[in-house]
Design a protein around this ligand. Sequence first.
Ligand SMILES: [Zn+2]
Length: 343
Amino acid sequence: MKDLPARRLLLVHAHPDDESINNGATMARYAAEGAHVTLVTCTLGEEGEVIPPALAHLAADRDDALGPHRVGELAAAMKELGVTDHRFLGGAGRFRDSGMLGTEQNERPGAFWATPVDEAAGPLVEIVREVRPQVLVTYDPDGGYGHPDHIQAHRVAMRAAELAADPAYGTDAPHTIAKVYWNRVERSVVEAAFDRLRTTAPDTFPGIAAVTDVPGVVDGDGITAEIDGTAYAGAKAAAMRAHATQIVVEGEGEGKGAGAFFALSNGLGQPLLTTEYYQLVRGVPGAAGGAREDDLFAGLPGVGLGAEAVRESEPGSGSTSGPGSASYADPGAGHGSGSEAGA
Ligand SMILES: [Zn+2]
């Protein structure tokens, strides 16, 4: 891929739908601005529950045909976000959804959770070295909420970033990802959104979820970047709606996604957030004085708006001494890398 845009963003997710819920507005924004957005989804989400009764037969305990169906849902969602480069880790179906923690599916042969981290990281290293992203987005060490595939996606993404930068690993030119972010949600923001939802929830929701049901919630000081995706609220809502077996979206204001709510298979309403939050855990912050970044590429050389025509310098020329390799930020107490070892 020789003619990649100057700005390149890679997102690693566990199942189809996670990308739209967590990063839909961010992905739509960068795609619209001309950045190259690459989504890698680690499983087909075969173990997901199915919301529409007419499709209930697809479930793993019936026809076990949900995976291929969700491939189509993901493709439709990416169309809504304007993202053309979306791939499954190792190819569609290579790693199977591991189910919720403690189920027998966790240890099934081929389950993502049962795969050694380095084995699953291999195909991701290939993608990193091909696309050469400056920015990686994935989950925190808990996977945001403890789902085995989300925890494993975190481990595999972090390990692939490390291996891709290692000249001793493989034969392709190494690449150092300058900035790595974990998905976050700001506690005060989501609390206020739930308050609003309690007064306006559609009758179709049997109840309202709790803040503890939202992955990645932290206090404001755990957040270093805030992406205002208001202009892409409609695209995010449409992408989430494309995952029709998994998500119901309601309450949109004038079709633009503003004020929308959604529910997963438990039917409990949650606010659809169009400002998306991140914590920089590797790399140099691009905002002065500890202020929040409003751009995940902030501070990177040669990637400002309008820089999309600029090509990257020769592969490998800065890969071991480039931005980020020398001065990785401390991710902070409680979110450190100490819990990342092992599987
Ligand atoms: Zn998921």
